[in-house]
Design a protein around this ligand. Structure first.
Ligand code: NDP
Ligand code: OXD
Length: 326
Protein backbone atom coordinates (compact mmCIF):
# COMPACT_ATOMS: atom_id res chain seq x y z
CA UNK A 1 0.00 0.00 0.00
CA UNK A 2 1.26 3.47 -0.83
CA UNK A 3 0.98 6.00 1.97
CA UNK A 4 0.72 9.68 0.97
CA UNK A 5 0.81 12.64 3.31
CA UNK A 6 -0.33 16.25 3.09
CA UNK A 7 0.34 19.27 5.30
CA UNK A 8 -2.57 20.14 7.61
CA UNK A 9 -3.47 23.66 8.86
CA UNK A 10 -1.51 23.22 12.08
CA UNK A 11 1.65 22.37 10.17
CA UNK A 12 1.58 18.63 10.92
CA UNK A 13 1.32 16.03 8.20
CA UNK A 14 -1.77 13.87 7.80
CA UNK A 15 -2.12 10.73 5.76
CA UNK A 16 -4.16 11.03 2.56
CA UNK A 17 -6.59 8.15 2.14
CA UNK A 18 -6.51 6.38 -1.16
CA UNK A 19 -9.61 6.82 -3.29
CA UNK A 20 -12.50 4.46 -4.00
CA UNK A 21 -14.03 4.30 -7.45
CA UNK A 22 -17.82 3.79 -7.60
CA UNK A 23 -19.37 2.41 -10.77
CA UNK A 24 -22.87 1.09 -11.28
CA UNK A 25 -25.47 1.80 -13.92
CA UNK A 26 -28.33 0.78 -11.65
CA UNK A 27 -27.42 2.12 -8.19
CA UNK A 28 -27.53 5.85 -7.50
CA UNK A 29 -24.07 7.15 -6.55
CA UNK A 30 -25.02 9.87 -4.07
CA UNK A 31 -26.32 7.63 -1.24
CA UNK A 32 -23.22 5.46 -1.55
CA UNK A 33 -20.84 8.43 -1.41
CA UNK A 34 -22.79 9.81 1.55
CA UNK A 35 -22.91 6.52 3.43
CA UNK A 36 -19.21 5.76 2.94
CA UNK A 37 -17.93 9.21 3.82
CA UNK A 38 -20.20 9.41 6.88
CA UNK A 39 -18.29 6.41 8.26
CA UNK A 40 -14.89 7.32 6.81
CA UNK A 41 -14.75 11.07 6.11
CA UNK A 42 -11.20 10.86 4.83
CA UNK A 43 -12.14 8.42 2.03
CA UNK A 44 -12.37 10.08 -1.36
CA UNK A 45 -15.20 8.56 -3.39
CA UNK A 46 -14.80 9.06 -7.13
CA UNK A 47 -17.79 8.44 -9.32
CA UNK A 48 -17.22 6.86 -12.71
CA UNK A 49 -16.27 8.25 -15.24
CA UNK A 50 -14.43 10.92 -13.17
CA UNK A 51 -11.33 8.89 -12.46
CA UNK A 52 -8.91 11.71 -11.59
CA UNK A 53 -5.39 10.43 -10.98
CA UNK A 54 -5.84 6.67 -11.38
CA UNK A 55 -2.78 6.08 -9.20
CA UNK A 56 -4.83 7.13 -6.14
CA UNK A 57 -7.56 4.53 -6.62
CA UNK A 58 -7.04 1.51 -4.41
CA UNK A 59 -10.63 0.31 -4.04
CA UNK A 60 -13.51 -0.15 -6.45
CA UNK A 61 -17.16 -0.56 -5.50
CA UNK A 62 -18.98 -1.84 -8.52
CA UNK A 63 -21.97 -3.51 -10.08
CA UNK A 64 -21.41 -4.84 -13.57
CA UNK A 65 -18.34 -2.83 -14.53
CA UNK A 66 -16.43 -4.09 -17.55
CA UNK A 67 -13.08 -5.61 -16.56
CA UNK A 68 -11.17 -3.06 -18.64
CA UNK A 69 -12.42 -0.29 -16.31
CA UNK A 70 -10.68 -2.05 -13.44
CA UNK A 71 -7.62 -2.91 -15.52
CA UNK A 72 -6.97 0.84 -15.83
CA UNK A 73 -6.33 1.16 -12.10
CA UNK A 74 -2.67 0.27 -11.45
CA UNK A 75 -2.86 0.42 -7.64
CA UNK A 76 -6.18 -1.40 -7.14
CA UNK A 77 -6.13 -3.55 -3.98
CA UNK A 78 -9.71 -4.76 -3.60
CA UNK A 79 -12.93 -4.87 -5.58
CA UNK A 80 -16.15 -4.65 -3.58
CA UNK A 81 -19.27 -6.06 -5.24
CA UNK A 82 -22.41 -4.02 -4.58
CA UNK A 83 -24.35 -7.29 -4.68
CA UNK A 84 -24.02 -10.64 -2.93
CA UNK A 85 -23.51 -12.35 -6.27
CA UNK A 86 -20.15 -11.91 -7.98
CA UNK A 87 -20.91 -13.64 -11.28
CA UNK A 88 -21.01 -10.15 -12.84
CA UNK A 89 -17.30 -9.85 -12.05
CA UNK A 90 -15.88 -13.33 -12.27
CA UNK A 91 -16.83 -13.73 -15.93
CA UNK A 92 -15.10 -10.49 -16.94
CA UNK A 93 -12.27 -11.30 -19.37
CA UNK A 94 -10.10 -8.26 -18.48
CA UNK A 95 -10.45 -8.55 -14.72
CA UNK A 96 -7.02 -7.75 -13.27
CA UNK A 97 -5.44 -10.88 -11.79
CA UNK A 98 -4.61 -11.22 -8.13
CA UNK A 99 -7.02 -8.55 -6.84
CA UNK A 100 -9.25 -9.62 -3.98
CA UNK A 101 -12.97 -9.59 -4.69
CA UNK A 102 -15.17 -8.97 -1.68
CA UNK A 103 -18.84 -9.87 -1.90
CA UNK A 104 -21.72 -8.11 -0.22
CA UNK A 105 -22.95 -9.47 3.06
CA UNK A 106 -25.31 -7.01 4.63
CA UNK A 107 -28.02 -7.57 7.24
CA UNK A 108 -30.67 -5.66 5.33
CA UNK A 109 -29.93 -7.58 2.12
CA UNK A 110 -30.43 -10.80 4.09
CA UNK A 111 -33.67 -9.61 5.70
CA UNK A 112 -34.99 -8.41 2.33
CA UNK A 113 -34.32 -11.78 0.70
CA UNK A 114 -35.96 -13.75 3.49
CA UNK A 115 -38.97 -11.45 3.27
CA UNK A 116 -39.23 -12.12 -0.49
CA UNK A 117 -38.88 -15.88 -0.10
CA UNK A 118 -41.33 -16.11 2.80
CA UNK A 119 -43.85 -13.91 0.98
CA UNK A 120 -43.82 -16.10 -2.15
CA UNK A 121 -43.84 -19.36 -0.18
CA UNK A 122 -46.86 -18.16 1.82
CA UNK A 123 -48.56 -16.75 -1.26
CA UNK A 124 -48.44 -20.14 -2.94
CA UNK A 125 -49.09 -22.12 0.24
CA UNK A 126 -52.17 -19.99 1.10
CA UNK A 127 -53.36 -20.25 -2.54
CA UNK A 128 -53.55 -16.50 -3.03
CA UNK A 129 -53.30 -16.51 -6.85
CA UNK A 130 -56.35 -18.83 -6.91
CA UNK A 131 -58.33 -16.57 -4.54
CA UNK A 132 -57.35 -13.51 -6.58
CA UNK A 133 -58.61 -15.26 -9.71
CA UNK A 134 -61.86 -16.10 -7.90
CA UNK A 135 -62.33 -12.51 -6.86
CA UNK A 136 -62.04 -11.39 -10.49
CA UNK A 137 -65.12 -13.61 -11.16
CA UNK A 138 -66.98 -12.87 -7.88
CA UNK A 139 -66.67 -16.56 -7.02
CA UNK A 140 -66.87 -17.71 -3.38
CA UNK A 141 -65.23 -21.08 -2.95
CA UNK A 142 -63.15 -22.33 -0.03
CA UNK A 143 -60.16 -24.50 -0.86
CA UNK A 144 -58.76 -27.03 1.59
CA UNK A 145 -55.80 -25.59 3.48
CA UNK A 146 -52.72 -27.65 4.32
CA UNK A 147 -50.75 -27.05 7.50
CA UNK A 148 -47.27 -25.59 6.93
CA UNK A 149 -45.74 -28.72 8.44
CA UNK A 150 -47.21 -30.63 5.49
CA UNK A 151 -45.57 -28.27 3.00
CA UNK A 152 -41.97 -29.20 2.21
CA UNK A 153 -39.82 -26.24 1.25
CA UNK A 154 -36.41 -26.99 -0.25
CA UNK A 155 -33.79 -24.27 -0.44
CA UNK A 156 -30.90 -24.65 -2.88
CA UNK A 157 -28.00 -22.81 -1.27
CA UNK A 158 -27.61 -22.62 2.49
CA UNK A 159 -25.25 -19.66 2.57
CA UNK A 160 -25.89 -16.28 4.14
CA UNK A 161 -29.24 -15.84 2.40
CA UNK A 162 -30.46 -19.44 2.18
CA UNK A 163 -29.69 -20.10 5.83
CA UNK A 164 -31.66 -17.09 7.06
CA UNK A 165 -34.67 -17.95 4.88
CA UNK A 166 -34.49 -21.58 6.03
CA UNK A 167 -34.42 -20.62 9.72
CA UNK A 168 -37.37 -18.25 9.33
CA UNK A 169 -39.47 -20.70 7.31
CA UNK A 170 -38.73 -23.41 9.87
CA UNK A 171 -39.89 -21.01 12.60
CA UNK A 172 -43.17 -20.68 10.66
CA UNK A 173 -43.49 -24.47 10.91
CA UNK A 174 -42.73 -25.38 7.29
CA UNK A 175 -40.89 -28.65 6.69
CA UNK A 176 -37.63 -27.12 5.50
CA UNK A 177 -34.63 -28.74 3.87
CA UNK A 178 -31.56 -27.20 2.28
CA UNK A 179 -29.05 -28.32 -0.30
CA UNK A 180 -25.49 -27.05 -0.33
CA UNK A 181 -22.02 -28.11 -1.43
CA UNK A 182 -20.85 -29.03 2.06
CA UNK A 183 -22.91 -30.67 4.83
CA UNK A 184 -24.67 -28.45 7.36
CA UNK A 185 -26.18 -29.00 10.77
CA UNK A 186 -29.05 -26.59 11.29
CA UNK A 187 -31.75 -27.03 13.92
CA UNK A 188 -35.10 -27.70 12.29
CA UNK A 189 -33.67 -27.92 8.76
CA UNK A 190 -32.91 -31.18 6.99
CA UNK A 191 -29.57 -30.89 5.25
CA UNK A 192 -28.63 -32.42 1.89
CA UNK A 193 -25.35 -31.81 0.12
CA UNK A 194 -23.52 -32.50 -3.08
CA UNK A 195 -24.56 -33.90 -6.42
CA UNK A 196 -25.20 -37.34 -4.91
CA UNK A 197 -27.99 -36.05 -2.63
CA UNK A 198 -29.62 -33.63 -5.07
CA UNK A 199 -32.31 -36.00 -6.33
CA UNK A 200 -33.33 -37.04 -2.79
CA UNK A 201 -33.55 -33.38 -1.84
CA UNK A 202 -35.73 -32.62 -4.87
CA UNK A 203 -37.96 -35.65 -4.30
CA UNK A 204 -39.02 -34.29 -0.88
CA UNK A 205 -39.58 -30.69 -2.05
CA UNK A 206 -42.99 -29.12 -2.76
CA UNK A 207 -41.68 -25.55 -3.03
CA UNK A 208 -38.18 -25.22 -4.48
CA UNK A 209 -36.29 -21.99 -3.76
CA UNK A 210 -33.06 -21.23 -5.62
CA UNK A 211 -30.57 -19.14 -3.65
CA UNK A 212 -27.39 -20.48 -5.23
CA UNK A 213 -24.55 -18.41 -6.60
CA UNK A 214 -24.17 -18.64 -10.37
CA UNK A 215 -21.07 -20.72 -11.10
CA UNK A 216 -20.12 -23.28 -13.76
CA UNK A 217 -21.57 -26.02 -11.54
CA UNK A 218 -24.91 -24.30 -10.88
CA UNK A 219 -25.63 -22.77 -14.28
CA UNK A 220 -28.80 -24.33 -15.74
CA UNK A 221 -29.54 -26.27 -12.55
CA UNK A 222 -33.26 -25.48 -12.78
CA UNK A 223 -33.73 -27.80 -15.72
CA UNK A 224 -36.00 -30.51 -17.09
CA UNK A 225 -34.27 -33.40 -15.29
CA UNK A 226 -34.39 -31.65 -11.94
CA UNK A 227 -38.00 -30.53 -12.44
CA UNK A 228 -38.85 -34.17 -13.16
CA UNK A 229 -37.28 -35.17 -9.83
CA UNK A 230 -39.67 -32.88 -7.91
CA UNK A 231 -43.09 -34.18 -6.86
CA UNK A 232 -45.75 -33.46 -9.51
CA UNK A 233 -47.24 -29.99 -9.00
CA UNK A 234 -44.23 -28.50 -7.19
CA UNK A 235 -43.72 -24.74 -7.18
CA UNK A 236 -40.44 -23.00 -8.12
CA UNK A 237 -39.06 -19.73 -6.77
CA UNK A 238 -35.89 -18.44 -8.44
CA UNK A 239 -34.50 -15.50 -6.49
CA UNK A 240 -30.90 -16.05 -7.58
CA UNK A 241 -29.83 -15.65 -11.20
CA UNK A 242 -31.62 -16.00 -14.54
CA UNK A 243 -29.00 -18.38 -15.84
CA UNK A 244 -29.81 -20.92 -13.16
CA UNK A 245 -32.97 -21.58 -15.14
CA UNK A 246 -33.41 -23.23 -18.51
CA UNK A 247 -36.42 -21.16 -19.47
CA UNK A 248 -37.86 -23.51 -22.10
CA UNK A 249 -37.68 -26.42 -19.65
CA UNK A 250 -39.77 -24.46 -17.18
CA UNK A 251 -42.33 -23.51 -19.82
CA UNK A 252 -42.63 -27.18 -20.81
CA UNK A 253 -42.95 -28.29 -17.19
CA UNK A 254 -45.66 -25.66 -16.59
CA UNK A 255 -47.55 -26.78 -19.70
CA UNK A 256 -47.39 -30.45 -18.72
CA UNK A 257 -48.49 -29.65 -15.15
CA UNK A 258 -45.38 -31.17 -13.65
CA UNK A 259 -44.63 -27.72 -12.20
CA UNK A 260 -47.66 -25.86 -10.83
CA UNK A 261 -46.23 -22.37 -11.04
CA UNK A 262 -43.18 -20.22 -10.56
CA UNK A 263 -42.03 -16.94 -9.11
CA UNK A 264 -39.06 -15.57 -11.00
CA UNK A 265 -36.98 -12.58 -10.01
CA UNK A 266 -33.95 -12.92 -12.27
CA UNK A 267 -33.75 -13.67 -15.98
CA UNK A 268 -31.31 -14.61 -18.71
CA UNK A 269 -32.02 -11.22 -20.32
CA UNK A 270 -32.80 -8.29 -18.05
CA UNK A 271 -34.99 -6.35 -18.41
CA UNK A 272 -37.19 -9.25 -19.49
CA UNK A 273 -38.09 -8.50 -23.14
CA UNK A 274 -41.76 -7.48 -23.67
CA UNK A 275 -42.45 -10.46 -25.94
CA UNK A 276 -41.16 -13.00 -23.42
CA UNK A 277 -43.81 -15.66 -22.58
CA UNK A 278 -43.14 -15.36 -18.83
CA UNK A 279 -44.83 -11.93 -18.79
CA UNK A 280 -48.19 -13.33 -19.80
CA UNK A 281 -48.02 -16.84 -18.38
CA UNK A 282 -50.96 -17.28 -15.97
CA UNK A 283 -48.90 -19.31 -13.53
CA UNK A 284 -45.70 -17.28 -13.57
CA UNK A 285 -45.08 -14.32 -11.30
CA UNK A 286 -42.39 -11.96 -12.56
CA UNK A 287 -40.53 -9.46 -10.41
CA UNK A 288 -37.81 -7.21 -11.87
CA UNK A 289 -34.71 -8.40 -9.97
CA UNK A 290 -35.84 -6.87 -6.71
CA UNK A 291 -35.91 -9.89 -4.41
CA UNK A 292 -33.50 -7.96 -2.24
CA UNK A 293 -31.55 -4.79 -2.76
CA UNK A 294 -28.37 -3.56 -1.14
CA UNK A 295 -28.94 -0.61 1.17
CA UNK A 296 -25.90 1.71 1.03
CA UNK A 297 -26.44 2.97 4.57
CA UNK A 298 -26.16 -0.48 6.14
CA UNK A 299 -23.81 -2.02 3.57
CA UNK A 300 -21.21 0.76 3.89
CA UNK A 301 -20.33 -0.60 7.34
CA UNK A 302 -18.69 -3.76 6.03
CA UNK A 303 -16.94 -1.92 3.20
CA UNK A 304 -15.39 0.62 5.55
CA UNK A 305 -14.49 -2.11 8.01
CA UNK A 306 -12.72 -4.00 5.23
CA UNK A 307 -10.88 -0.89 4.02
CA UNK A 308 -9.62 -0.45 7.58
CA UNK A 309 -8.54 -4.09 7.68
CA UNK A 310 -6.70 -3.72 4.38
CA UNK A 311 -4.95 -0.59 5.61
CA UNK A 312 -3.78 -2.53 8.64
CA UNK A 313 -2.72 -5.45 6.46
CA UNK A 314 -5.38 -7.68 8.00
CA UNK A 315 -7.44 -10.14 5.98
CA UNK A 316 -10.77 -8.67 4.87
CA UNK A 317 -14.03 -10.52 5.49
CA UNK A 318 -16.25 -12.06 2.78
CA UNK A 319 -13.48 -12.62 0.24
CA UNK A 320 -14.63 -14.54 -2.81
CA UNK A 321 -12.94 -17.86 -3.43
CA UNK A 322 -12.15 -17.54 -7.12
CA UNK A 323 -11.76 -21.30 -7.54
CA UNK A 324 -15.26 -22.00 -6.20
CA UNK A 325 -16.67 -18.93 -7.97
CA UNK A 326 -18.52 -17.56 -4.93
P1 NDP B 1 -23.33 -17.62 -0.19
O1 NDP B 1 -22.02 -17.66 -0.90
O2 NDP B 1 -23.36 -17.18 1.23
O3 NDP B 1 -24.02 -19.07 -0.22
C1 NDP B 1 -24.01 -19.87 -1.35
C2 NDP B 1 -24.59 -21.22 -0.99
O4 NDP B 1 -24.72 -22.00 -2.19
C3 NDP B 1 -23.72 -22.02 -0.04
O5 NDP B 1 -24.50 -22.73 0.88
C4 NDP B 1 -23.01 -22.99 -0.97
O6 NDP B 1 -22.63 -24.23 -0.36
C5 NDP B 1 -24.10 -23.25 -1.98
N1 NDP B 1 -23.53 -23.74 -3.23
C6 NDP B 1 -22.64 -23.14 -4.06
N2 NDP B 1 -22.34 -23.93 -5.09
C7 NDP B 1 -23.03 -25.08 -4.92
C8 NDP B 1 -23.12 -26.29 -5.64
N3 NDP B 1 -22.44 -26.49 -6.76
N4 NDP B 1 -23.93 -27.25 -5.16
C9 NDP B 1 -24.62 -27.07 -4.00
N5 NDP B 1 -24.57 -25.94 -3.27
C10 NDP B 1 -23.79 -24.96 -3.72
O7 NDP B 1 -24.29 -16.73 -1.08
P2 NDP B 1 -25.52 -15.82 -0.61
O8 NDP B 1 -26.42 -16.65 0.20
O9 NDP B 1 -25.03 -14.55 -0.02
O10 NDP B 1 -26.17 -15.42 -2.02
C11 NDP B 1 -26.64 -16.40 -2.92
C12 NDP B 1 -26.99 -15.79 -4.25
O11 NDP B 1 -28.21 -15.07 -4.18
C13 NDP B 1 -26.02 -14.76 -4.80
O12 NDP B 1 -24.89 -15.37 -5.39
C14 NDP B 1 -26.84 -13.99 -5.80
O13 NDP B 1 -26.71 -14.54 -7.09
C15 NDP B 1 -28.27 -14.19 -5.31
N6 NDP B 1 -28.87 -12.92 -4.91
C16 NDP B 1 -29.96 -12.46 -5.61
C17 NDP B 1 -30.57 -11.30 -5.26
C18 NDP B 1 -31.79 -10.81 -5.98
O14 NDP B 1 -32.27 -9.73 -5.69
N7 NDP B 1 -32.32 -11.58 -6.91
C19 NDP B 1 -30.11 -10.48 -4.13
C20 NDP B 1 -28.99 -11.05 -3.45
C21 NDP B 1 -28.38 -12.23 -3.85
P3 NDP B 1 -21.56 -24.27 0.83
O15 NDP B 1 -22.26 -23.65 2.01
O16 NDP B 1 -21.30 -25.69 1.03
O17 NDP B 1 -20.38 -23.46 0.37
C1 OXD C 1 -27.17 -9.44 -5.60
C2 OXD C 1 -28.30 -9.01 -6.42
O1 OXD C 1 -26.40 -10.30 -6.01
O2 OXD C 1 -28.94 -7.99 -6.08
O3 OXD C 1 -27.01 -8.89 -4.48
O4 OXD C 1 -28.63 -9.66 -7.40
Amino acid sequence: MRVKFTASNDGTYIEIMPALLFKSDSDPDRPWAEALTALMPELEVRIWPELGDVDDIEYALIWKAPGDVLARLPNLRAIFSIGAGVDHLIGEPDLPAGIRIIRMVDPSLTVGMSEYVIFHVLRHHRRMPEYEEQQRHQRWCMFPQRAPAECRVGIMGLGVLGRDAADKLAALDFAVAGWSRSPKTIDGVESFHGEAQLKDFLARTDILVCLLPLTPSTVGILNRANFAALPKGAYVINAARGDHLIEVDLLEALDSGSIAGATLDAFHTEPLPPEHPFWRHPRVTVTPHVASMTNPYTAAVQIVDNIRRLKQNQTPTNIVDLNRGY
